[in-house]
Ligand binder design. Structure first.
Ligand code: ADP
Ligand code: ADP
Length: 232
């Protein structure tokens, strides 16, 4: 489903060169929830952004759903990104759009008709528990509700992969639990493969099947969550 092979990423040149990723290899089978944990600056964000080519790897290959992402044309990449949803720490909602119109945005960009959009957005809002908030604006919502809107938006184009970039890091523990529960449901009910990055052990423990540890741009562990957290 996601195959990252020999990926390195370098920022800058000369004295200011940063080796953010060093020969990273990672395979995530379909339907799994995989966590990547590491300290700030370890390369987590660079790694997850290399999956949908928000960052372009300097070398190596990224295959999602059988497609080599680094070789796609701009149009092919846009279509491939419809199959890859993403959510962020700070939600990235559009403040001038209602909840409904935020979730509708990817469908509008895909050229869907107004009626097709209505038929798609309503069940998504129901899935994330926000049917009664459709006409509100992001500023009227709590952090957890905003992340639910972002999740609905990420699912609008029917992705089979969901990338979560510190998705619960701005939320309190109770809200974090409820968002993780929703991600688990999405994984189980819709069969969506999830790659998440976090600096929080608790997130990995509570929903991931497997976990990798990233340190200084290198993946230094890759284990079942049960094995990872068992003391030797
Ligand atoms: P993490 O998500 O684990 O905090 P990042 O992937 O954001 O780590 O960063 C990894 C390294 O790459 C850090 O040293 C960071 O300063 C550097 N870095 C990240 N993005 C850029 C960029 N756009 N330009 C230069 N350096 C960057
Ligand atoms: P940039 O303008 O930073 O080079 P893009 O134009 O590719 O990057 O994307 C702009 C923004 O759109 C990103 O910062 C991100 O918030 C969002 N975005 C891009 N691709 C996706 C995706 N597949 N899923 C969700 N959000 C995305």
């Amino acid at each position: 489903m996601i195959e990252i092979s020999n990926v390195s990423k370098t920022y800058g040149t000369g004295d200011s060169t940063v080796h953010a990723l060093k020969d990273v290899n990672l395979t995530i089978p379909k339907g799994k929830i995989h966590g990547v944990i590491g300290l700030s600056g370890a390369g987590k964000s660079t790694l997850i952004r290399c999956v949908n080519l928000l960052e372009r790897p300097s070398t190596g290959s990224v295959v999602v759903d059988g497609q080599e992402m680094t070789r796609l044309s701009r149009g092919e990449l846009n279509r491939a990104r419809h199959r890859i949803g993403m959510i962020f720490q700070h939600f990235n909602l559009l403040t001038t759009r209602t909840v409904f119109d935020n979730v509708a945005l990817p469908l509008e960009l895909m050229g869907e008709s107004r009626s097709a959009i209505k038929n798609r957005v309503a069940p998504l809002l129901e899935l994330v528990g926000l049917s009664d908030k459709a006409k509100q604006y992001p500023a009227q919502l709590s952090g957890g509700q905003k992340q639910r809107v972002a999740i609905a938006r990420a699912l609008a184009s029917k992705p089979n992969v969901l990338l979560c970039d510190e998705a619960t890091s701005a939320l309190d523990p109770q809200t974090t639990s409820s968002i993780l529960e929703l991600l688990r449901e999405i994984n189980q009910q819709l069969g969506i493969t999830i790659l998440l990055i976090t600096h929080e052990m608790e997130v990995v423990k509570s929903i991931c099947h497997r976990v990798s540890l990233i340190s200084n741009g290198e993946l230094v562990e890759d284990a079942e969550v049960g094995d990872f957290f068992t003391a030797p």
